[in-house]
Ligand binder design. Structure first.
Ligand code: GDD
Length: 440
């Protein structure tokens, strides 16, 4: 049985002592791969190994978390906010989240947490300083995770000013609110930064020392967020850091980001609810990880002994085309890509879908390109180097492989589309919108 509390205790103790995975292996007289397997959750840790670890790290391990910490999460209704909430509640935190007033329900991802004793929601907005000050003064958090943002790169070209207000000045509002509430030296702040900072990349793969070259209004706003966090760290000695996260996806990903757009469309096409998927630049390269794994890293960054910025990525790169190929293949639809640029098509060459289907899709074009999804400037070569996070935080970037991530998302969406039955008409409208490019 793998004890997640024990693993966490080991990682935290390693950070406190500044011991890397390799150094730990030497200290306890084991091969480094043994430790990697522990951290990957592949094998349990025997009691004799726990004794060796306690001796090497000089402290008692395997204790249950104390449960006395308070965290405040902005962007709690998003993919990352929901996973992080689950993660922190599991650790015994009291979790407060900031939500915005809306006449439509957008709390689906956290609905299962509402009503829990240690889970609280507050109305506030990153565009409204007073509301931020009030929530921070009331909750007096030990840790703040600033995940709220206008996070869609293409949308930032349509709403650049709003993007700047929330993604740039919003970060400043949080930092100032923490100071105004007298929490400068007690509250640790995590800023959700992004690989989009590397933009028109100046080196491949990208690490913490790679120069930034933002390439969208979103990235320019996020660059301000990154630098203002660094400035407050240096000017006021605050424990605030940025996680430079590469793309991270999941079955909770927003439906207009490319991975989820693909897995939903693949499921709808396989179940006869959509004819074709339109995409933009299929040659774009990304380093895609599983969001659930990445929230652990956000927390580890704040448990580190000193405030530092970290690249969080898998170190593995794929194209949008490859993601689509694997997603359709997982369902039994094999694609062949023909043509180039705007004329490229993904044609079905093999149909081995399970169950009865009236017509085979062989020979049909299931993916086409639409210029609607091209961006004025596009970031096309993101590939992260997670060496620092691996060594200093003991984080395992290979926990969920690319193939596993695709299968998790596709299987979830196959079940979702199958269950849509009664609401088919409404959902078909959304599918049509996606197909025609009305929704980006
Ligand atoms: N959304 C979308 N829709 N993207 C497409 C499409 C399409 O139909 N076709 C091709 N792409 C390409 C985009 O041009 C881009 O190069 C790539 O797919 C990934 O696009 P997104 O999934 O929208 O994500 P992103 O990389 O722009 O931004 C995401 O990751 C960042 C971290 O690197 C967002 O989550 C950002 O908030 C985050 O900072």
């Amino acid at each position: 049985m793998i004890d997640s509390h024990l693993l966490t205790a080991i990682k935290v103790a390693m950070q406190r002592k500044g011991i890397s995975q390799r150094e730990l292996a030497v200290l306890i007289g084991k091969n480094e791969t043994v430790i990697s397997r522990w951290f990957a959750g592949k094998v349990g840790i025997s009691s004799s190994s726990v004794k060796l670890l306690e001796k090497a790290l000089g402290e008692k391990l395997a204790q249950e978390p104390t449960g006395t910490k308070t965290a405040l999460i902005t962007g709690i209704t998003g993919q990352d906010g929901s996973y992080l909430s689950e993660f922190l509640l599991e650790k015994g935190y009291t979790v407060h989240g900031i939500i915005r007033r809306s006449s439509v329900d957008y709390r689906e991802r956290i609905a299962h947490l509402e009503g829990r004793k240690n889970f609280h929601l507050h109305y506030a907005d990153l565009g409204d300083s007073m509301s931020i000050v009030k929530v921070i003064a009331q909750t007096r958090p030990d840790e703040i995770y600033n995940l709220a943002a206008q996070s869609h790169v293409q949308v930032s070209f349509d709403s650049p000013e709003f993007t700047a207000d929330i993604d740039a000045v919003g970060v400043l509002r949080i930092l100032e609110a923490v100071r105004a509430c007298g929490l400068t030296h007690t509250c640790r702040i995590y800023q959700a930064s992004t690989s989009e900072l590397y933009g028109k990349v100046e080196e491949v793969p990208q690490n913490e020392n790679t120069p930034f070259h933002p390439y969208s209004p979103y990235a320019v706003a996020k660059l301000y967020g990154f630098w203002i966090v660094k400035e407050y760290r240096e000017a006021y000695n605050m424990f605030c850091c940025s996680g430079i996260l590469f793309n991270h996806e999941s079955e909770r990903r927003g439906e207009t980001f490319v991975t989820r757009k693909i897995t939903l469309a693949a499921a709808r096409i396989a179940q006869g609810r959509q004819d074709k998927l339109y995409l933009g630049n299929m040659s774009s390269l990304r380093d895609w990880g599983y969001a659930k794994d990445y929230v652990e890293c956000m927390w580890l960054i704040l448990q580190n002994k000193k405030p530092e910025d970290f690249v969080i990525a898998t170190g593995v790169q794929h194209s949008v085309r490859e993601f689509a190929y694997h997603a359709f293949k997982h369902i039994g639809l094999e694609l062949e890509f023909r043509g180039e640029g705007i004329n490229e098509e993904g044609v079905c060459v093999k149909d081995t879908r399970k169950g009865r289907h009236e017509t085979s899709l062989v020979g049909k074009t299931l993916i086409a390109v639409s210029p609607d999804f091209y961006r004025p400037t596009d970031v096309v070569n993101l590939w992260g180097d997670p060496t620092k996070a691996k060594a200093k935080l003991g984080w395992d970037p290979s926990k969920t492989s690319f193939e596993k991530l695709v299968s998790i998302m596709v299987e979830h969406d196959m079940a979702k589309v199958a269950a849509e039955g009664a609401a088919a008409k409404v959902r078909t409208n959304l599918a049509e919108y996606l197909e025609k490019g009305i929704v980006k």
